[in-house]
Design a protein around this ligand. Structure first.
Ligand code: MN
Length: 420
């Protein structure tokens, strides 16, 4: 697949993420390779799958990947080795697959992507100290809560309103308090995005049991980009018990699940804490985790307004940031989540929270960047404090490490429609 060898592709042979797609007919499982999708249903129908892999490919070909996630990462790695055999230049299974390339490879531009699995629970963490303190030119830093460096703070968010890349949604209505003190019910006037990154749980844990830090990585099936859309006016007025309607109207994720196996080369040491900062308690710390518990991934947010689109102006990059700004890793989130015996299930989504860094360009939501008063300048002269109808926000991400081929996460975009 020539497009898989092109520099800058999100989906080289080293990635092979799982997704669910359709081309007019039933939704089915596929694996992204370059600009194409390896159609797993077609592989099975054409008898191109060796018997030893038949059952696994059958599970990965379903219209929902919860069962694949539940099989655990050894199964995912075995499957991945099979796909490499089918697609690599020197792959043992390449010849048969190549002869049927026109039947087993579907151009991504002709496919509709679906939610890759049923997400039963969505937990949203808050792990960037820069997001919490929001120290910007616009205002002084908020104080860091005294628990922030002791535990990864989170709330139970809404799973039913998660949709995949490309699904537009209307500006939500909600209650807010106006500057004059009156309380109104109206379309939000402070619509925002939040650039986040999420882990999809693979094998779960039994209710009442815990997942240890060194085992936590084995319970993560893969990762997706997450846009935790937020209505700041609704959120500010309602929040006494954590976020609710200001967040639950919509969350957008990227449709391809990049497996934990594909990300194995991108593990790095978490940033060490300073000697004045509290060290993690022992259940959130281990030598192995200190060695390579974090991931090296960078992200961008792009904004294209309706007017930019109409006049052929490309989306403007408005955020560049990296996962290293998060003070807690995904294994630490998994371990903390289950530390009271709470059970995680295959397909659950754990998101790391807004990935803001110290610079203005790394403020990963408008609330931090503009505070509603210092507008962002766009290339065509337009300005934004908050998102307007017709605006389209797209997140992208890449795992990078010296000596390895970069892999990407595909697109995570959606357009704002006028309120109903
Ligand atoms: Mn969030």
């Amino acid at each position: 697949v020539a497009s898989a060898c092109r520099a800058g592709t999100d989906f080289p042979l080293q990635n092979l993420p799982h997704g669910v797609f359709s081309t007019g007919g039933a939704a089915r499982g596929g694996v992204a390779i370059g600009d194409e999708i390896l159609d797993l249903q077609a592989l099975l129908e054409l008898n191109l799958v060796p018997r030893s892999l038949g059952e696994l490919v059958g599970v990965a070909a379903r219209s929902s990947l919860n069962h694949l996630a539940a099989l655990g990462n050894d199964a995912a790695a075995e499957l991945r080795a099979g796909f490499v055999d089918m697609l690599a230049t020197d792959g043992a299974l390449r010849g048969d697959v190549e002869r049927h390339a026109g039947l087993v490879l579907v151009p991504q531009r002709l496919a509709t992507m679906h939610l890759p699995l049923c997400i039963g629970s969505f937990t949203d963490f808050m792990t960037s100290v820069y997001h919490v303190t929001a120290a910007r030119r616009s205002r002084p830093a908020r104080p860091l809560n005294d628990n922030f460096l002791h535990l990864p703070v989170a709330y139970n968010s809404r799973a039913t309103s998660i949709t995949q890349d490309g699904v537009p949604f209307p500006r939500p209505w909600g209650q807010r308090r106006e500057a004059d003190g009156s309380v109104v019910f109206a379309p939000t006037a402070m619509l925002d995005f939040e650039l986040e990154f999420g882990a999809i749980i693979g094998r779960g844990n039994a209710l009442g049991s815990r997942i240890s830090l060194d085992d936590a990585g084995h319970h993560i099936f893969g990762y997706v980009l997450v846009n935790d859309w937020s209505a700041r006016d609704i959120q500010q007025w309602e929040s006494r018990l954590g976020p609710f309607l200001g967040k639950s109207f919509r969350t957008t994720i990227s449709p391809w699940i990049v497996t934990a196996t594909a990300l194995a080369p991108f593990h790095v040491a978490p940033k060490p804490r300073s000697s004045e900062q509290p060290q993690p308690l022992s259940y959130l710390d281990s030598p192995a985790h200190r060695r390579d518990g974090a991931l090296s991934v960078s992200f961008e947010v792009h904004l294209q307004t309706a007017r930019m689109r109409a006049t052929g102006i490309a989306p403007a990059r408005i955020v560049t940031t990296e996962l290293a700004y998060c003070a807690w890793s995904f294994p630490q989130m998994v371990t903390h989540h289950t530390s009271n015996g709470c059970n995680l299930e295959p397909g659950d989504l754990l998101s790391c929270g807004t990935i803001s860094g110290p610079a203005d360009e790394s403020a990963a939501c408008l609330f931090e960047r503009t505070a509603g008063t210092l507008p962002l300048d766009l290339p065509n002269g337009e300005q934004r404090c908050w998102l307007e109808d017709g605006d389209e926000i797209t997140l992208i991400g890449r795992a990078r490490r010296e000596g390895y081929v970069d892999i990407g996460f595909g697109r995570c975009g959606a357009r704002i429609l006028p309120a109903h």
